[in-house]
Design a protein around this ligand. Structure first.
Ligand SMILES: [Fe+2]
Ligand SMILES: [Fe+2]
Length: 189
């Protein structure tokens, strides 16, 4: 599948703003892939599909989680976390995408997890730093992302955890696992 075909498939499923975000994530993921030695075409495609399920309604996402035997504890966390795991299932079912590396990057792009692949990290970080993002600390992560992928991902997970804690929000366990695992990798580097 080429990029224009992928964009054509995704566009009807997203709001205008989400589609624009998607294109910026794809550009950023391509740049990171080039920097860190990953296939740029695959990174571009994974990023184009990363938010495929983002604009589905909550009830539909909930039904997929139940029907597809995704971890049921997802339902106890904010629905913002549901579109990654459900998106990975829907791009397979509806678009026939079966590349496991791409599906994994879609699945984990919001929470992260321990043991992320290079592609998982690229999409996770691209989603966090794409040029349309404006929140405290993002500029520091952008600068770090140019030099150290693990440190960039770790800062993104740390900022997410701090932000959620400051709002007394629950934190999905895999986000903590990502934070700990990336910290170990940084200290090894
Ligand atoms: Fe997302
Ligand atoms: Fe996104």
């Amino acid at each position: 599948m080429d990029r224009s075909e992928a964009l054509t498939l995704v566009e009807p499923h997203l709001t205008k703003a989400r589609f624009e975000h998607t294109k910026r994530v794809a550009e950023t993921a391509t740049k990171l892939a080039k920097m860190y030695g990953h296939d740029t075409i695959q990174a571009d495609l994974a990023a184009i599909f990363h938010d495929y399920a983002k604009n589905r309604n909550k009830d539909e996402l909930r039904q997929w989680i139940v029907k597809e035997s995704l971890p049921q504890h997802l339902l106890s966390y904010h629905h913002e976390l549901w579109h990654g795991p459900v998106g990975a299932i829907l791009v397979k079912k509806e678009l026939g995408i079966d590349n496991e590396a791409v599906l994994s990057a879609i699945r984990w792009h919001t929470t992260g997890k321990a043991g992320m692949s290079l592609l998982d990290k690229i999409v996770f970080l691209a989603d966090y730093i794409e040029p349309g993002r404006q929140f405290p600390g993002v500029e520091e992560v952008r600068t770090v992302a140019d030099n150290d992928l693990n440190l960039g991902c770790w800062l993104a997970s740390r900022n997410t955890i701090s932000f959620l804690m400051s709002k007394n929000q629950p934190i999905y366990p895999d986000t903590f696992h990502a934070y700990n695992d990336l910290l170990l990798q940084i200290n090894k580097d």
